[in-house]
Design a protein around this ligand. Sequence first.
Ligand code: XIL
Length: 392
Amino acid sequence: MGDHLDRRGFLKFGAGVVVGALATASTDQIIDATSGLERSLRDRDFSVEGSQSLQARARDKNLIFGASTTARPIREDAVYAQRFAQECAMLVPANELKWQALRPTPTTYNYERGDRLIHFAQKHNMMLRGHTLVWHQGLPPWFKDTVHANNAERFMADHIQTVVSRYAGQMHSWDVVNEAIAPGQGQARGLRNTPWLRLMGESYIEKAFRLAHEADPKALLFYNDFNLDFANPKDEKKRVAVLQLIERLLDKGVPIHGLGTQAHLNAAKLQQIHAGKLRQYFGRIARLGLKVMVTELDVIDQQLPRDIDLRDRYVAATYEDYLTILLQEAAVIGVITWGLSDRYTWLSGEKPRRDGLPVRPLPYDQNHRPKLAWNAIARAIAQAPPRQVSQS
Ligand code: XIL
């Protein structure tokens, strides 16, 4: 019975994924295509040579490999902390530098949790990314009753000046503005309808970059967003709107140095990974003079079959196919996964499975053992052309 249900659940996405535009495909054709894909995944080679860590493999190509983490498991789980230090050349505090964490009240800052992580990173010679200065989520409860059109700019400026100068010289890069584009919300130029847009208008974006640059002229400043990944009309629209935003900023002389592509990839869309489209897009970003980082990579297995071996193969194939393409582009300087171990992934809450099984989106499993996803990342790095310049 369980198997029967799984099979049906799986076929449901199979219909969307495997035959895509073939609206006339019969159920039999869909089943054939799905099992064809499964067969090729079962046969696929994910072997890796050598025993180097991901950061060492990346460093050999002058690339950065790292991950985000929250403070707690680093503090409480020694095995995890050890794996993290071994694998990662860069650490991104997942929540600890968001407003919610840093701003207990409108007039005070609390760096305790962030500093613990930063200390851990520095002890292990890791680089740091700051995430994130201006976002519509992760705002403290006092925000909506305290920040108005007449003081929003002051609040933003104070926040950026205070936080960015506190960590000046320590951050490789900052996600200055996060997720400002959401075409389809009825706003001009595909802008997301956020508190910042409502309070300050579109100029909030350039102001944030200028303030961050003043506070830490050496940090690379990134615009960061999601859904830039697949060959479908929704992602295409978003890619265009993000590109146009970047062009507007550059035209105004705004100090923006990079595009972060989050890449929370749904494995059910494995076959919508399109080399030509991705190369063309990130090539254009590169020609604008921007660097690119994959900033929040993980692979959603919510709709995959329950069989763990097959599921891990889907996830690994998604990692490898996507990263191999992205890393062909020389402007891509690094890859950050959103978490390292399935035990602490945000996707357990965000994209749980209907069958209640634990999700498996990251390179390490619940018990901090490497999975095929780890091999997939190593394989993609191995195929990457070496960069000329070290990123660290
Ligand atoms: C997520 C964290 O992982 C969660 O722990 C938190 O509850 C919500 O935010 N895009 C982003 C990240 O830019 O900040 C988000 O992180 C995931 C989506």
